[in-house]
Design a protein around this ligand. Sequence first.
Ligand code: AMP
Ligand code: MG
Length: 345
Amino acid sequence: MRKTVFSSALAAVILFTSCGKFGNSNSADDVKNSKSIFAMDTYITVTSYGEDTDKALQAAEDKITSLEKLWSVTDETSEIYAINHSGGQSVKVSPETADLLYFALDMNKRTNGAFDISLYPVLTAWGFTTDEYRVPGDKEIADLLESAGVEKISLNNQTVQIPTDMQIDLGAIGKGYAGDLIAKELRSNGVKSALIDLGGNIQTVGTKPDKEKWKVGIRSPFGEGNFATLEIGECAIVTSGGYERYFVEDGVTYWHILDPKTGKPADSGIASVSVIGSEGRTCDALSTSLFVLGLDKATELWRESDDFEMIIVTSDGEIYITEGIEDDFELSNNFADPKVSVIYR
Ligand code: AMP
Ligand code: MG
């Protein structure tokens, strides 16, 4: 049995750092400062522009460290660990964790079950949580799915209770919400222009210091390089793709985003999906869910929503973008001419 394993925290979205004025100008806004930290299984870099942002950056770093302590699924002192090992007892959690859990339950409803934080035991059976990859049998998956289902989670203000055989993980929204909270921390410390890169997911504060939009590259799901760039103002952009973590066994590729209905890697014909919107947590939850739902259902969800835009790359290399970003989207020159379709309301 041949098995190839691939796991990567490589940037799905790469920032173009061509902020022309640096170095030659003495404008206070041009002062650039950044901090990198490895947390939430990825490199997080916060770059701020303007004078005296040291305190803000330190506050951002402290925030990241504290959120990781709350949401790590493996750290025995985290709140998620406490919930998962509570033996069916109620656990009191912080306001941040409670907010995120309420939000996760809402997103489960909004996506008709595609977004599901209760799949941790199924992810473990596939080896995605341990790196000991294997293909579980249908009976094993069916048994594990019996114990899943967010309707069994009871949430009452800051008190959480889950059944003994359930385990939850916030891997599909933690970084997105962290982006929101880091941006908030920076703003409340007076920062007007900043870019937060959470392993390729981007969250911005304001515009670039020269008041121009930020320009980000959208990574190709089929190899290295960006197939397009997108110009953005203050927002988040979050990408999910099968290429981010997968293994190959007997010629079949299995990736880390599961369809909660089957307990198997979602096979909806999407190679990657990027979601753009004002809230990082919404973009993060949706990028994972749209990957599960596929192009048609993702389009339906977009049409009934007004809080996000999307870029979908199908497994056969076609690109679909929603009309709200049409003017800001540009294909990269170095890529073969893919078919791009704009989805209108
Ligand atoms: P993301 O990179 O944001 O798409 O998140 C992927 C991670 O979310 C996986 O590594 C799992 O930990 C978790 N996950 C997988 N499938 C789902 C799902 N259907 N709903 C919620 N979380 C999921
Ligand atoms: Mg996600």
